[in-house]
Design a binder for this molecule. Structure first.
Ligand SMILES: Nc1nc2c(ncn2[C@@H]2O[C@H](COP(=O)(O)OP(=O)(O)OP(=O)(O)O)[C@@H](O)[C@H]2O)c(=O)[nH]1
Ligand SMILES: [Mg+2]
Length: 301
């Protein structure tokens, strides 16, 4: 993550980071240890990771008399980074086109993320096709079309109420015919508690595989980073429905407590691939586990 983005992330995580920075500036006495536990739990890191980080910080304070200032914070950051072991920059499959399906609950940031991915790849000279598979919300296709115009990507869309799986099929066929590098399917926001909406996702996956064997190559859950612990349950249900291959956490520039992604990775083992740090098409960065783990506890990267 570049300097500017690191600053944005740090500012976004400020609720958790500021409290942890203050805490780590004090001796790790019993009261501080208790406070650390509280802050990590409140920051949505999950009980197991919080406990491991507390123990590591406590030990670092005891064992590291010379480096006491940085010791406990370094130790906590290392625990967090270790949980995120499989996260990091995504390597696209060698065969083209790569089909990427974005899914998640309403308002998570799917459409914006589709635009951000396209902006990123088009800039590198790679050809992208957007599939406007959200036919549920009237304005969805226009929203994506306007992003396609801004980013110079092509778009395949259908009438309101059309079958999203059929649009996915058409987008893939168009992508193959036009020699696209990436086909990004934006799907409608859906509640993970509605079985028929999950079935619709499964249908898109099945039809996508018919259009191009092996597709979709990636099924990325877009998660609103400010939702905290609620997002863990969502991720679980979506994962059961379609076997997610990655996560994109949005809105980490806002007022996210920031720990939920650690709890999701710990629970489901799905890698975080990118994070969203704003509303423009430039505000997406590959997830850097070290930068994240250090910034969340207030350390320099
Ligand atoms: N601050 C901030 N806002 C974001 C980010 N990503 C998305 N948003 C905003 O979140 C709102 C919802 O974004 P969309 O991309 O429309 O979300 P969606 O998941 O496609 O929503 P539905 O299609 O209605 O389910 C918009 O106002 C976006 O500008 C981000 O990383 N940071
Ligand atoms: Mg959308």
């Amino acid at each position: 993550m570049s300097g500017g983005f690191f600053e944005k992330l740090k500012a976004g995580l400020n609720r958790t980071t500021a409290a942890l920075t203050n805490l780590f500036a004090r001796p790790m006495d019993e009261a501080s240890v208790e406070k650390l536990r509280e802050l990590l739990i409140a920051g949505d890191f999950g009980v197991t990771t919080s406990e491991e980080a507390v123990q590591a910080a406590k030990n670092a304070w005891k064992n590291n008399a010379e480096l006491r200032q940085a010791g406990p914070a370094e130790a906590a950051a290392q625990v967090i980074e270790n949980v995120l072991v499989n996260c990091g920059e995504w390597n696209p499959p060698s065969q083209k086109p790569a089909v990427i399906m974005l899914l998640g609950i309403n308002g998570a940031g799917k459409t914006t993320t589709a635009a951000k991915l396209v902006a990123r790849w088009q800039k590198k000279g790679q050809r992208c096709i957007l599939g406007a598979c959200d036919t549920f919300r009237a304005a969805a296709s226009e929203q994506l079309t306007s992003w396609a115009e801004k980013t110079g990507a092509e778009i395949v869309s259908g009438a309101a109420g059309a079958d999203p799986a059929a649009i996915a099929f058409d987008a893939i066929k168009a992508g193959v015919a036009r020699g696209a590098d990436y086909i990004i399917l934006d799907t409608a926001g859906r509640l993970h508690t509605k079985a028929h909406l999950l079935e619709e996702l499964r249908k898109i996956v099945r039809v996508t595989d018919k259009a191009l064997t092996g597709a979709p190559h990636e099924k990325w859950l877009v998660v609103d980073g400010s939702l905290g612990a609620n997002s863990i349950e969502q991720a679980k249900v979506f994962h059961e429905a379609v076997q997610l291959t990655g996560i994109i956490v949005t809105k980490l520039d806002g007022s996210a407590k920031g720990g939920a992604l650690v709890a999701i990775v710990r629970e489901l083992g799905i890698p975080v691939r990118f994070i969203g740090l704003g509303e423009t098409s430039e505000d997406l960065v590959p997830f850097d586990k070290k930068a994240y783990a250090r910034s969340v506890v207030g350390l320099e990267v």
